[in-house]
Design a protein around this ligand. Structure first.
Ligand code: GCU
Length: 664
């Protein structure tokens, strides 16, 4: 029996916020203990800059740095550093040198990260320059507190309380972003309410911008193209109507009066029912340039989305290219075309969007999705760095071999006024921020790749695990294995071989390949994408079909267009393939499909076992939370396998091989 005193003591320890904070995931990858007064006394942190961002850098080191003296130095002589920095061992301490205060802040977080990873810093001399100027999160948060495709609770932004009441999570959020180099955020949903531009909301936005500023974060807003008409009392929102452009100019002036470092607008126009310039017979360029003109005097930007498609007879995968390529060269300098990584919509695997590289005289940026709309919400463990890398490393051949999407968008191959990269956030008010503890890794990975797209998925995973769980070698290795398997597993159990968009209607959780809605849009129906019939299945995008392959530069058009050279991973994306077609494995397409679905299920079972083995190395709270999510994932994987195989079997009219997990 424990004595009463001991019981009380244990109880206090268990309930102490410190212990809970460590186990509930709220600290993300920033699990540093504050230094004691004695430790602080042993070292000095000095800064040559006294700007708010530099002071933030100093404060972070004051609070958490346990190493030798650090000097934060603004060195204007440094060329081409942008927001980068150098960290140098001076013989007795460290120097962080940067051109701008933001560089000092990122350097400070780098030091803390190295400390967290247990690295020896004597003799260190490293230089970091970010790959992209703007590293931006897109929140799809609505003004009523809900989040479109958000799976981590309601919105962080408490619009009803702002600007009077300030949640401590605003600063914690900004700090987390700054620690991985994210320097901009779009606060509201791309399906934007015009209300965000009302004066009362702008004051709320200002309150957030004021909190984010010392963390080096700029605020952007999604706008509704019909705002002049809806909230401005203008007759229409035609971009060529002088009253409309005057309204926007005045609105932008008001915004900059309120938020002097405002970033600009993100625009979803003429897409999925949103208003846009085409409502008035104008083009995307007319719309974007009118806004760009208003923002130009303040150095503001327009991020104009290329996610456009309509229910026509044309293949949805081709439409963005068809709409935007003819407009190349017509966009103002401060417009960036924001393009989703794939031509459909954030599927578990897609080929890259053929618009990349095809726009030669317009700036392009990638839009990824961190929130797992099509990847099991926050129930499934899916590490997204391999997906992000797959896109960034894709060679488009637009300017010859080696024209990767990374190089096309980071300024290497196409000079741009500003380069940028974006991703749809997975953050909400859940205690652990992202619903699944491992979904934190995807936020982290986006930030790290936006800073340096040459980092490998493995490197990022190692960093994140060391900072978030422990640096114990065997644990890092085991968790890394789990993470690195997870993306391919989800592709296998959901949509192997290039299948896509066979999700349950609208909410996109779970399979519904049979799905149909009377009167519903064909391009939202699964059969539109899988085209299963008694001959085979897949989307014929070759010259005999929609010819989407022709939107890719040679030799990709031929590689994708030929069934013998098209990679297995994209086969059903580009081809309608007969059930008896011989795959590279020697199996028929039908057999291969069965084996891939089964492999996905078996991979998740392995993830479960691997996690279970870590029971004594991870705190019990996070261990149990991840364990129970993996149970859901395993159940869902079986659901996907059974649903899809039983459905497609009705077309294939062939048995499911007996070595596939049963019952099917
Ligand atoms: C997807 C998603 C929508 C979102 C849209 C977009 O279609 O399901 O919720 O609004 O993408 O990116 O605009």
């Amino acid at each position: 029996m424990l004595s009463n005193k001991l019981q009380l003591f244990l109880c206090c320890i268990l309930l102490s916020p410190l212990v809970l904070a460590a186990a509930d995931g709220s600290q993300l990858w920033l699990r540093y203990d504050k230094v004691t007064a004695a430790e602080a006394g042993r070292r000095q942190i000095r800064s040559t800059s006294s700007g708010p961002v530099a002071l933030m850098a100093k404060a972070e080191l004051d609070d958490y740095w346990r190493g030798p003296a650090v000097e934060l130095v603004i060195d204007k002589k440094k060329r081409e550093y942008g927001e980068g920095y150098q960290i140098k061992w001076t013989g007795s301490g460290l120097q962080i040198l940067a051109q701008q205060d933001r560089g000092l802040l990122y350097g400070a977080y780098h030091l803390l990260r190295l400390q967290g990873e247990g690295k020896d810093l004597r003799g260190v001399d490293l230089t970091e320059i970010p790959a992209y100027d703007i590293r931006i999160l897109n929140h799809w948060d609505n003004l009523d507190g809900t989040i479109e495709r958000g799976y981590a609770g309601r919105s962080l932004w408490k619009w009803l309380e702002l600007p009077t009441q300030i949640s401590p999570r605003y600063a914690a959020y900004a700090r987390a972003n700054a620690s991985i180099g994210i320097n901009a955020v779009v606060l509201n949903n791309v399906n934007a309410s015009p209300d965000i531009l009302r004066p009362d909301y702008l004051l709320k936005v200002k309150a957030l911008a004021d909190i984010f500023r010392p963390y080096g974060i700029q605020v952007y807003l999604s706008i509704n193209f019909s705002s002049p008409k809806i909230i401005g009392g203008v007759k229409d929102s035609d971009p060529l109507n002088p009253d409309v452009s005057t309204w926007w100019k005045n609105k932008v002036k008001e915004i900059y009066r309120t938020i002097p470092d405002f970033g600009g607008f993100l625009v979803k126009a003429n897409s999925e029912g949103q208003p846009g310039p085409q409502d008035y017979g104008r083009t995307h360029a007319d719309g974007a340039n009118m806004l760009a003109d208003a923002l130009k005097p303040y150095d503001g930007l327009v991020m104009w989305r290329a996610f456009v498609y309509n229910p026509t007879t044309e293949d949805r995968a081709k439409q963005a290219y068809q709409e935007f390529v003819p407009l190349d060269g017509k966009f103002s300098e401060n417009v960036i075309i924001q393009i989703k990584n794939g031509p459909i919509d954030f599927q578990p695997r897609e080929p890259f969007n053929p618009l990349f590289g095809a726009l030669r005289k317009s700036s392009e940026m990638v839009e990824f999705q961190i929130t797992q709309e099509y990847l099991g919400f926050s129930n499934h463990l899916v590490y997204l760095a391999p997906l992000f890398k797959e896109t960034l490393d894709s060679d488009t051949y637009s300017d010859g071999k080696g024209s990767t999407i990374a190089k096309l968008t980071d300024g290497t191959l196409r000079p741009a006024k500003k380069t940028a990269i974006s991703a749809v956030a997975n953050i909400g008010e859940d205690t652990n921020w992202t619903g699944h503890h491992f979904a934190q890794a995807n936020w982290y990975a986006f930030g790290r790749l936006a800073w340096d797209h040459q980092l490998s998925s493995e490197q990022i995973a190692e960093e994140w695990i060391s900072l978030t769980f422990s640096r114990e070698e065997q644990l890092v290795h085991a968790v890394k294995e789990i993470m690195m398997t997870s993306r391919e597993a989800v592709v296998n159990y959901m949509m192997p071989l290039g299948l896509h968009h066979i999700f349950a209607f609208d909410h996109h959780y779970g399979p519904e390949p049979w799905g149909d809605r009377k009167g519903g849009r064909a391009d939202w129906m699964p059969w539109y994408y899988h085209n299963a019939d008694t001959v085979g299945m897949g989307f014929d995008r070759t010259a005999s079909g929609s010819d989407a392959v022709s939107q890719y530069f040679p030799p990709l058009d031929e590689i994708y267009g030929d069934i013998t050279s098209c990679p297995d991973s994209l086969l059903l994306w580009f081809h309608h393939v007969s059930w008896t077609h011989r795959m590279k494995s020697g199996r028929t397409m039908w057999e291969e499909l069965c084996y891939r679905y089964d492999a996905g299920v078996q991979q998740v079972r392995e993830l479960q076992k691997a996690w279970d083995r870590l029971e004594h190395q991870v705190d019990s709270q996070r261990f149990a939370a991840v364990q129970s999510k993996l149970k859901i994932q395993a159940k869902d994987a079986v659901w996907w396998k059974d649903a899809c195989l039983l459905y497609f079997k009705t077309f294939a009219r062939q048995p499911i091989p007996y070595d596939i997990e049963r019952p099917v």
